[in-house]
Design a protein around this ligand. Structure first.
Ligand SMILES: [Zn+2]
Length: 380
């Protein structure tokens, strides 16, 4: 079996070394700067005989594109982001950009989110080559900038430029080797509540923005938005994360600001998500307030019955299908281009963005074997 021959050619030391090398190239975002990791990625792609292009919508924010194959016939896309979230160095017991292996775990910022997944995807194709297996499809690698702050300069820009064409896609974000087919979206908003200042000795004269904000918090936090419960994603949620208001104990507060994090199900729009918030607020009282959307990313999903899900699970040893708590660039591929996309990668989302981030070496290897089997068999 060519697929098993390719999987068997996955090399543990080689995939670990590549992941460690990518970790050692600091690409923290913010501030945002993916240039350091371009060179090792270009080298890895060149080694695979890829046609390479660096896409740079603004200076210093490159994405690396590589295509292996004739371009005739189907294309399988691997989309992985090369930026990582910042670190608080004092919280780390290991060097965050050291790429050290201890007790079977590879440590460093980006180990699971998601330089490990990128290394596994590349190792899968190296293994095919070593086993003499020529993938029937063109394999496209899009190693993209800017995912951690919304993807505007990465996948979204690529999609807008018309450079993304694929019959199916894999996003190797950390999924604990499960197959992610759905993810919730997010709306971050600030609510500014206005009152009327007065002397603190006579609070009935003014109108307290803090008191009004407290009622709004009660209306929004853990609110029940009704509607259907998604079989993989559950219900939408709302968290009121911050509150800041008033000027002094002896002044009736003139202003109070809240910041909320709403998670929405696939299909929910920005306007719809915001309208539900204002409806809940208006239902408890007549307040003087306005809302500002700080960020919005829509949810997305691939029908679990889509044939690519079964095909991918076959390559992944019948891994379970999951809904993911985190949002990924898969939403651009699914929602804007209709590309069937799954999220599958080594490591856990629970470890991503934390101090002492790591990826188990065994999962790097297992993911690389999945990629090798998929490349060996994918025909679109
Ligand atoms: Zn990520």
């Amino acid at each position: 079996m060519t697929a098993e021959a390719a999987a068997a050619a996955v090399h543990t030391g080689r995939v670990t070394a590549l992941a460690a090398e990518l970790i050692r190239h600091d690409t923290r975002n913010p501030p945002g700067g993916e240039q350091p990791v371009v060179e090792p990625l270009v080298a890895a792609l060149r080694d695979l005989g890829a046609a390479i292009e660096v896409f740079e919508p603004v200076p210093g924010r490159p994405s690396v594109l590589g295509h292996v194959g004739s371009g005739a016939g189907p294309t399988l896309l691997v989309n992985g982001h090369i930026d990582v979230v910042p670190v608080v160095e004092a919280d780390w017991a290991v060097p965050p950009f050291g790429g050290q292996v201890r007790d079977g775990l590879l440590y460093g910022r980006g180990a699971c989110d998601m330089k490990g997944g990128i290394a596994a995807a590349l190792e899968g194709l190296r293994a095919c080559r070593d086993a003499g297996v020529v993938p029937p499809a063109t394999i496209a690698f899009h190693f993209v900038a800017d995912e951690e702050t919304g993807g505007r300069l990465g996948t979204e820009a690529l999609v807008g430029s018309g450079l993304v064409k694929a019959d199916a896609a894999v996003v190797p974000e950390p999924s604990e080797l499960a197959v992610g087919v759905a993810e919730r979206g997010v709306l971050m908003a600030e609510i500014t509540v206005r009152g009327r200042a007065a002397h603190g000795s006579d609070p009935g004269v003014g109108r307290s923005a803090v008191a009004d904000a407290a009622r709004i918090v009660s209306a929004l936090h853990l609110a029940d938005f009704g509607g259907h419960v998604h079989p993989l994603l559950g219900s939408p949620t709302c968290n009121v994360g911050t509150i800041a208001g008033g000027t002094a104990a002896n002044i009736v507060a003139a202003e109070c600001r809240l910041r909320v994090d709403r998670r929405v199900l696939p299909g929910q729009t920005r306007a719809g998500a915001l309208a539900q918030i204002t409806r809940l607020i208006d239902a408890v009282g007549a307040f003087d307030y306005d809302t500002t959307v700080l960020a919005f990313a829509e949810g997305s999903e691939l029908d679990v019955e889509h044939p690519f899900v079964a095909e991918f699970r076959g390559a992944a040893g019948h891994a379970p299908v999951r809904g993911l708590k985190l949002g990924t660039d898969a939403r651009f591929l699914r929602n804007r281009l209709g590309i069937p996309a799954v999220v599958y990668g080594p490591g856990s989302a629970r470890v991503a963005h934390t101090a002492d981030e790591y990826v188990p070496v065994a999962e790097l290897v297992a993911a690389a074997r999945t990629f090798a089997r998929l490349y060996a068999t994918f025909r679109g």
